[in-house]
Design a protein around this ligand. Sequence first.
Ligand code: GLY
Length: 369
Amino acid sequence: MSERLPILYNKKPCYDIVFTQSFDELWDELKALGCDGKRLCIVTDSRVDGFYGNEILGILKDRCLKAVKYVFPNGEENKNLDTVKGVYRFLIEEGFDRKDMLIALGGGVVGDLTGYAAATYLRGVDFVQVPTTLLAQADSSIGGKTGVDFDGYKNMVGAFKMPRLVYMNLATLSTLDDRQFFSGFAEVMKHGLIRDSLFYEWLIENMYEICERDLNVLQEMLQRSCSVKKMVVEKDPTEQGERALLNYGHTIGHAVEKYKNFALYHGECVALGCVAAAYISWKKELLSMDEYYEIRDMFVPFNLPISIEGIEPREIVRLTKSDKKMEGGTLKFVLLKKIGKAVIDRTVTEEEILNAVNEIYFSEEDAHE
Ligand code: GLY
């Protein structure tokens, strides 16, 4: 059964998240936003286009003023300003004006990039998120962060731009390979760890159904995960304070992602970052040793890494400094006070980060022990 979760912006209703298991209700949702009188451009990548591009185009065609599709090659390496330029050119050629709308159909790269194109084309046009990966459904399609990578720096150029609707068809999760699916799960686990210990326990209790991708369990999981994100982004939509808690696991995670030149998936790096941050939380006597080991080991049944080979720990530490989480020269590090309660800490030293990176580093010496 479909459910909806309204998201407020500055205390006013802004957009709904619709949780459902097909595309059957998509047109009614779009019509309610006045789409029958608009030009609509689906923006998607080559992977998602193969699965759902024509299905969505078929739903829109003949019901709105004009429906077109812009497809760019799949992959994080295309999340850049050149691809955005391609979108602008296409919209100009197709005669899109300020009243028209973009539809982001795909994962995090598609959603962030389309949102940024929507934020900037003609100084802003509306857009809708139709996330098709677990990462996008659990995290990136909600809260209005949009942007692209620049010179190897992740999400370095961007804007806050709220979507008009987030339409989640959970059946799309069936076309993800295991690595992509579990990578997205890291953000779900993060939501439990930072804000909701009961949800964290529920995830563990429902581990089997989640790994089997039982659609009803995934729907409940996403509704609960998105409720955590809703609480945080409604209080602090533009990350002046509390929203930074969502960056739990991302400081070291982003550094690993950059070091490995995006060969590891985002969620895999976030899982490593969550383990490292939990380690620092233990060493700073916020978490107990048992809690640290429990958190670390809970990523394993969800096929997420808790250690990594082939890194230079000191280089990872250096890369954490170029992360966007620096403010006035100090690093805003997110730690756990307990499971379900994250805090921002500005006292984490380079040495503490290095020790945490060494904790997740699986070296040749370890292999020979
Ligand atoms: N993904 C972190 C945030 O939305 O703030």
